[in-house]
Design a protein around this ligand. Structure first.
Ligand code: ATP
Ligand code: MG
Length: 530
């Protein structure tokens, strides 16, 4: 009976629960309930600001569609492994900024395996190997050890009771085993879009496939102006097809067109080429050697980066390092012929499109998979967090994620910063206005007001219909506070006469109109709500 140990009991033994317990009845009378606040680095976006967010997003839908892009909505969490590979496990983003958790949502059902412990153990081993049972916490070794102990006991024992504790422990171990995996809230979306491209065989569609997305991203960074832990990006990826410089230029032209449409102020585009796998490694080695020579003059961060990621030293904002960095070798002088030709063509293509750029040899991207074209766009009113968009080419990424060799280029706009900049330059609506506030008094007037509200809303006007009767004076005060353009005054007189009073709140002028004339008059005015 060596291997015939039934673990039927597993279902009925409660796994140890967490230690968090709410002690009911323990609250003293004078204790106020806890007030909750949004978690550090996250925030509520409220009206009227949301009106601006909607406008910014709507404009993206419109402009990107004119360039033939389609929207993709990938999930907000993915396998941690996807980001580790796609973003690079050495990057700050992956190594310290991700919100990662083990998602053990599926229970490992021992039922079908009852009768053969070995089969069960075999299955557990497989699941460990495939990563479906996370490697942390309970080790396979522990399960095996415990199983052996029980097994030995059972061999020598006359009754099952003598091994009760060991068996119980084994059951607890199985209870704690859960299927699932290591998942993370997405810190960016490029890896997800590439995953989706592969998963849905998009290489079979006409190439290149042009996609855009918008939504929240999560990074555990130190919160400050323009830097949050939950922030929003609007981004695009062009996947497949050739790596023609015209693609790079058109992608950049699209963002610039979008920013122009939003009337974003102080827009500056910087571009650079960071080479490819032929020329960059040699340049990085040269840079590392140069940095080693001046190591003593560099700060701790830069010193560390000499080993981990010398390109990032070029990013440094440390004042004392600036003169040293200026003398470092520049990648433009070390590009291979293909990269140099590509870069020159991108610049020519930008000029053909009337896109104004400046070159910044120190522009390197924090992410591992970028190659050749990189670009960054800054805008006014943002202080030191002034980058509103970062992008570049990443021809190796899809392959790195298990797909076919595929060219790729994309960008991500920091929507929070875009909004901040628009607000700073007075491009934000001050208040979410109403077109018409209906001031009514009397039952008959209420019925008419309800009908009028319905008709006006159907015609696209934003209408405020107070739920309870109030004196006209109070109602008009309310209309003012809400920033309404017009007040429609409906009393019993107006209803029986069939002539409605419309007050223009800006100048206090008032006119009497029949219902059709009033609708006609308002229609001629542009609704403020749109
Ligand atoms: P930064 O140098 O500002 O940290 P980054 O190199 O980390 O930017 P990317 O990963 O390229 O930025 O993301 C693209 C854009 O997303 C940035 O240009 C920025 O506008 C925005 N962004 C990045 N991190 C945050 C954040 N924590 N909060 C708000 N916006 C962010
Ligand atoms: Mg960053």
């Amino acid at each position: 009976m060596t291997s015939n140990f039934a673990i039927v009991g597993a279902q009925h033994v409660a796994a140890p629960r967490g230690i968090l317990q709410v002690s009911e009845g323990a609250t003293k009378k004078e204790e106020k309930p806890r007030k909750f606040q949004a978690i550090r680095g996250t925030r509520d976006i409220l009206p009227p600001e949301t009106t601006l967010w909607n406008r910014v997003e709507q404009t993206a839908h419109e402009v990107f569609a004119t360039f033939g892009l389609g929207e993709i909505r990938p999930p907000i969490f993915e396998a941690t492994e996807l980001f580790a590979r796609g973003v690079g496990s050495e990057t700050d983003i992956v190594s310290k900024e991700m919100y990662t958790f083990v998602d053990r949502s599926e229970k490992l059902e021992p039922q079908p395996l009852i009768g053969s412990m070995d089969v069960f153990l075999q299955r557990v081993k497989q699941l460990y190997k495939s990563g479906e049972i996370p490697q942390d916490e309970i080790g396979l070794e522990l399960v095996e050890k415990q199983w052996k102990k029980v097994n030995d006991l059972l061999k020598g024992a006359s009754s099952i009771e003598s091994g009760a504790i060991e068996i119980y422990e084994l059951i607890m171990l199985f209870e704690a085993l859960r299927l699932g995996g290591d998942v993370s809230l997405r810190p960016e979306a490029t890896a997800s879009v590439c995953r989706a491209y592969i998963e849905h065989n998009m290489q079979q569609l006409p190439q290149p496939v042009k996609l855009y997305y918008m939504g929240p991203m999560f990074r555990r960074e130190r919160p400050q102006k323009g830097r949050y832990r939950q922030f929003y990006q609007i981004g695009a990826e062009v996947l497949g097809g050739p790596d023609a410089p015209a693609i790079d230029a058109e992608v950049i032209e699209m963002v610039m067109t979008y920013f122009a449409k939003l009337e974003l102020q102080g827009v500056e585009l910087s571009i650079n080429s960071i080479g490819d796998k032929n020329c960059r490694p040699k340049y990085v080695e040269l840079l590392r050697a140069e940095l080693q020579r001046v190591k003593g003059k560099l700060g701790a961060d830069s010193q560390r980066r000499i080993e981990t990621n010398p390109l990032r030293v070029l990013d440094s904002k440390v004042e004392s390092e600036q003169p040293i960095i200026e003398k470092l070798p520049r990648i433009a002088d070390h590009l291979c012929e293909d990269c140099a030709t590509h870069y020159a063509a991108v610049k020519r293509q930008l000029e053909l499109r009337g896109v104004i750029y400046r070159e910044n040899w120190r522009l390197v991207r924090g992410l591992d998979y970028y190659m050749r074209t990189t670009f960054e766009i800054t805008a006014a009113g943002l202080g030191s967090q002034n980058a509103v968009c970062g992008g570049g080419r990443y021809d190796g990424l899809v392959e790195l994620l298990g797909g076919p060799p595929t060219k790729g280029i994309g960008f991500a706009i920091g929507e929070d910063r875009l909004i901040l900049s628009l607000q700073e330059s007075g491009k934000a609506p001050a208040q979410q206005g109403r077109d018409v506030y209906i001031a009514w008094m009397g039952d008959k007037a209420h019925a008419t007001a309800i009908r009028a509200a319905k008709d006006l809303r159907a015609a696209g006007f934003s209408v405020e219909l107070p739920p309870i009767e109030q004196k006209f004076g109070k109602a008009l005060g309310q209309a003012d506070k809400l920033g309404a353009r017009y007040a429609l005054i409906l009393g019993d007189n107006e209803v029986s006469e069939g002539l409605w009073s419309l007050k223009t709140l800006a100048d206090g002028s008032q006119q009497k109109l029949t219902e059709p004339d009033l609708l006609q008059f308002l229609r001629e005015q542009k609704p403020v709500s749109s």
